[in-house]
Design a protein around this ligand. Structure first.
Ligand code: FE2
Ligand code: FE2
Length: 410
């Protein structure tokens, strides 16, 4: 049975099913494993982990502990409640279908701009701040016209372009959050600039560590953590950048309870920009596909954030982030009550009934003609969300080979 225990209860003989580590998305790759020594317990504590999930069939049982199923149910309920509390936002000024065409060009330009910035840094030159500002302004305009289009497109990426697309995606998430929260324009742009360049220091991390298809050892992990300071050093040389960008680069791995790095800052001594970028950064990292592993489902990603907001993140900002993203984030694969399967492509006023692009009938085990259904207008509910793992190559292939081989995503 899978149970959740506090880190103080961890001891040798316990089998850890999930380390529940918020760094697992970006930097650290931890397999399920049996705890063999006190030293291992100390290392795990030093990572700032507060609670872990254990498998009592493969190791010691511990009491008191909450069953994982119960924890999940409670979190799910809380997420639904939270999302439903959201005040109604104005309808988008541009329909999704129109904005997605403009957003596609912006995304392509963003890829060029960030790729160029990374190359410039590798060559020891300064970043072209003007073109980065222009890009972020265009991204902001797109999000203001329709918040879903760019968010969806920046989530679509190949496994080997992680660092590049991650920067663009985190910046888009920050823009969307600021827009939702009514943050003034100039501040919004400055924070999004910081988010766009927050991991630029990774260009100085050896590829053998950055893309290592396995566990980082202690030494490699220490080198990896240096990327925040490297990012700050790069941005410090670029005088036209706002101070917020420098701060985000340096402090996006700080954690609310002081367990982050590089300075172990706590609570509100971490700036608003770094607190919100940390949330967007972790959400994108844990839900992304990488060269060496699959990302977790986006709904699961929100559940994790909710869980970690007890210790690692600013709770208020995390709740707001979840309200903005919705219970079923754009790009989530969902199964409807009527067994149709599709991808969430657009939000509606009802957070539980978004617009879904249908492409498969699970009852008939066959692809169906691609169609978009606004669940709020036909009052159909989502029965469950699907893990990307349930959509292995063969099903996607069947879908692609079908007559209506439009991608389910765009
Ligand atoms: Fe980072
Ligand atoms: Fe990052």
């Amino acid at each position: 049975m899978i149970k959740k225990i506090k880190i103080e209860q961890l001891r040798p003989g316990i089998f850890v099913h999930d380390f529940n580590c918020d760094q697992s998305g970006e930097n650290i790759f931890i397999d399920k494993s049996l705890i063999k020594s006190e030293k291992a317990v100390q290392i795990i504590q030093s990572w700032g982990i507060k609670e872990v999930y254990i498998d009592t069939d493969r190791g010691l049982d511990i009491e008191p502990a909450k069953r994982a199923g119960k924890v999940q149910q409670k979190t799910n309920k809380s997420l639904h409640k939270l999302a439903q509390k959201k005040e109604l936002s104005a309808s988008p000024s541009t329909p999704f279908k129109e904005e997605v065409k403009i957003a596609r060009t912006i995304k392509n330009d963003a890829v060029d701009t960030v790729r160029q910035a990374m190359k410039t840094v590798q060559e020891g030159r300064n970043i072209d701040v003007g073109s980065a500002f222009q890009l972020v302004e265009r991204m902001e305009e797109s999000i203001t016209r329709n918040k879903d289009a760019l968010l969806l497109l920046t989530r679509m990426r190949k496994k080997d372009e992680y660092t590049l697309m991650h920067s663009i995606s985190v910046s888009t998430l920050v823009l969307s959050f600021c827009n939702f929260s009514g943050i003034p324009y100039e501040m919004t742009i400055n924070l999004a600039m910081g988010a766009l360049l927050h991991d630029i220091g990774k260009t100085k991390i050896p590829d053998s560590i950055l893309n290592k298809p396995g566990k980082l050892d202690e030494e490699e992990w220490a080198i990896m953590k240096k990327h925040a300071e490297y990012s700050a050093q790069v941005l410090a040389k670029t005088t036209e950048l706002p101070p917020e960008a420098y701060d985000i680069a340096l402090h996006h791995h700080e954690r609310y309870d002081g367990t982050g790095y590089p300075h172990g800052l706590q609570g509100d001594t971490i700036t608003f920009g770094s607190r919100i970028t940390a949330i967007c950064d972790v959400y994108d990292a844990i839900t992304s596909e990488k060269c060496y592993r699959n990302g977790i489902n986006r709904v699961k990603g929100l559940e994790k954030l909710y869980d970690w907001s007890d210790h690692h993140f600013d709770k208020e900002l995390t709740y707001k982030f979840i309200q903005n993203i919705g219970v079923y984030p754009i790009g989530t694969c969902v199964r409807l009550e009527n067994q149709l399967v599709g991808v969430v492509i657009e939000s509606t006023e009802n957070v539980l009934q978004p617009v879904v692009r249908i492409f498969y009938n699970d009852k008939k085990k066959a692809p169906v003609k691609v169609q978009e259904i606004d669940l709020s207008s036909v009052n159909i509910n989502i029965a469950s969300y699907d893990s990307p793992k349930n959509w292995p190559g063969n099903k996607i292939q069947t879908f692609r080979k079908s007559k209506n081989s439009l991608s389910p995503f765009h």
